[in-house]
Design a protein. Structure first.
Length: 610
């Protein structure tokens, strides 16, 4: 959420000055004459009228003079002078001037950066009802910049701005309702606010509304509507996940006709925006089923694509058909410069946004507590500017060490891994290790503390994925096999298979989300798959009864009392995250060694580094 809000905050703060520099406050008489002159580009006349009025104490003239200095219109650009005029107007209570002065303090433009002072001016403007200021004040409360973090207070300010029709605030309020941040979770209310913002063209809200339709959250599941909203955002060029989500729809034929060429094109464009996940899906999933001619056509479409007018990105550079589009060179160069100021080795190497640049971006995001999406966009640049302006010291990273390990298993062709939330809780870095394969870094996409589930996105792509059992319900007494990596470093690194039976269809206290099983499990099995006699997944191993604690309580040591989260709980979690998964009906029994082979093909060790 913080990544999304930084994008909103950066967009709104940056647009605040640009928008206010266009429609200047008008009034009868000289002020109106000056405005008309400015609108036709006659800044000399406007300046000649506004300056004496500003020097005489007219707040609107002071504000407009500040806008001219901020934008270099009719005068040499001078942010210090802009801030001086904004301050004079702000002191007289002009809300627009208070807001702009807050932006200047927030980003250290023309004044020393001071987030607390930014919040003070935003608050004065917000209390007068200025929606942009209300929104930025909400961002401050949500992120804890310049004020103590308070999600309820953030929601209060988002709501005030949203009720005035301010799209970024409507989108933020939708996110709050969707995930229960600062307000009681209400997915129907989330959809309502997402829709209001999306219909105004807010790309982030369009993607979020698409996700709600794709997963049937707060609205009837509708892949066609999901694809429609993804497309609206994707065609503007941002955020990259809109293009990635649309590409997945084309790849799977969900809501649109299956089209590998279009899927490749959208993956390509998302990868060019810095979405490494999109690049891996393109290269290791969709491209494997395409001919050279199809790939060439997809690359041609990528090179010729341009965002719609008013979209969120600059036009892509011209490239030969056999070369995929790359990130905006100007953004990459600025990211390299700013990262260098913070002590990171950001390149150039291997092209404009090569491995060194991407590694530096990821290291910066990791050190800053941001999602490690690797995207080089306006939001990243603004965040870097915040830190550079504040004189942030280079962040020397301590190499994390393995603090614990568990298991997980691939659940989609796109490479998603399912594990337990407790396996990845508090990890600074997560690595997955398939049997006989190379270790790969993974990112936590979503967790459910209530169900102890976590969805991971590793850099590696799965070439085998689990199939969840459907059809006949699981019965007490059925044979099951648990696969995982218990006692890492002590037992076989190739994984362990143990067999047993379903001993009960509920867990402790009749918890209906769990199964009780007799298949032996050890520390490290958590998050691994539980398979039935035909190799279908029927559960996710979650733990065992603590023998010593139980012995103290009842005077006896329990034998093989272990638990797994039911497959129905796991698939509900995957559906809520929009992850496609495969199923298979309960069928004929396989040999135990064949079931173990299935488990070995899909299961990975999950290492938690702190």
């Amino acid at each position: 959420m913080i990544g999304r809000l930084w994008l909103r905050a950066a967009r709104v703060a940056a647009l605040g000055l640009a928008l206010l520099a266009g429609p200047l406050p008008a009034a009868a008489g000289p002020l109106e004459d000056a405005l008309e002159a400015a609108e036709r580009g006659d800044y000399a006349t406007a300046l000649a009228i506004w300056r004496p009025l500003a020097e005489g104490g007219d707040a609107k003239a002071q504000y407009n003079l500040g806008v001219m200095y901020e934008g270099g219109r009719g005068v040499a650009k001078n942010e210090r002078e802009a801030a001086r005029w904004f301050r004079l107007a702000a002191a007289q209570g002009l809300a627009l001037a208070q807001y702009n002065l807050g932006v200047m303090y927030a980003f250290g433009r023309g004044v020393a950066k001071d987030e607390g002072e930014a919040v003070r001016w935003f608050r004065l403007a917000a209390e007068q009802g200025l929606a942009m200021a209300q929104f930025n004040l909400g961002v401050a409360y949500e992120t804890g910049r310049g004020v103590a973090k308070n999600e309820r207070e953030a929601v209060r300010w988002y709501r005030l701005a949203a009720e005035q029709g301010f799209a970024p605030a409507q989108s933020a309020l939708g996110s709050s309702y969707a995930y229960g941040w600062g307000v009681t979770k209400d997915e129907e209310e989330a959809v309502r606010w997402f829709r209001l913002a999306a219909e105004q063209g807010d790309a982030a809200a369009q993607v979020d509304l698409g996700v709600m339709y794709a997963n049937g959250r707060g609205v009837a599941k509708d892949d066609r509507e999901a694809a429609r909203w993804y497309r609206l955002a994707a065609e503007e060029g941002w955020p990259a996940r809109a293009q990635t989500n649309l590409a997945i729809k084309y790849a799977l034929g969900q809501g649109v006709a299956q089209d590998s060429v279009r899927a490749y094109m959208w993956f390509n464009l998302a990868a060019a925006r810095g979405d490494e996940y999109a690049g891996k899906l393109r290269d290791e999933w969709i491209a494997k089923s395409m001919t050279r001619a199809q790939i060439a056509e997809a690359q041609r479409l990528s090179s010729n694509w341009r965002p719609k007018a008013g979209g969120g990105s600059a036009a892509a550079p011209e490239l030969p058909p056999d070369q995929p589009a790359g990130p905006d060179p100007a953004l990459v160069a600025e990211a390299q410069r700013l990262l260098g100021r913070l002590g990171y080795d950001a390149g150039p190497a291997d092209g404009a946004a090569g491995r060194r640049t991407q590694a530096a971006v990821a290291a910066y995001q990791r050190a800053s507590g941001l999602p490690e999406d690797g995207e080089i966009d306006g939001a990243l640049i603004e965040r870097l500017r915040w830190d550079v302006a504040a004189g942030a010291a280079p962040r020397a990273e301590r190499q994390p060490a393995v603090a614990g390990s568990g298991s997980g298993f691939f659940v989609s062709a796109a490479g998603h891994v399912l594990s337990n939330a407790h396996v990845v809780q508090g990890c600074r870095r997560i690595m997955i290790q398939p049997p006989g394969g190379e270790a790969s870094r993974a990112t936590v996409i979503a967790t459910s503390a209530a169900d102890d589930l976590a969805l991971l996105k590793p850099d590696a792509i799965a070439f085998a994925a689990a199939q969840f059992r459907t059809g006949a319900p699981l019965r007490q007494g059925e044979s099951v096999l648990a696969y995982g990596f218990p006692l890492a470093g002590a037992l076989a690194s190739s994984g362990n298979a143990t067999v047993g039976h379903v001993t009960a269809l509920a867990g402790l206290g009749d918890d209906s989300r769990l199964l009780q099983i007799s298949a032996p499990v050890q520390p490290g099995n958590s998050g691994g798959p539980l398979l039935d006699a035909s190799g279908g997944v029927v559960g996710v191993i979650v733990g065992k009864l603590d023998a010593l604690k139980t012995a103290r309580a009842i005077g006896d040591i329990p034998q093989n009392v272990n638990f797994a989260i039911k497959a129905s709980v796991a698939t509900n979690f995957l559906e809520a995250q929009g992850v496609p998964f495969a199923t298979q009906p309960a069928g004929r029994a396989l040999a135990t060694e064949d079931i173990a082979a299935r488990g070995r093909a899909i299961t990975v060790r999950v290492d938690c580094l702190k």
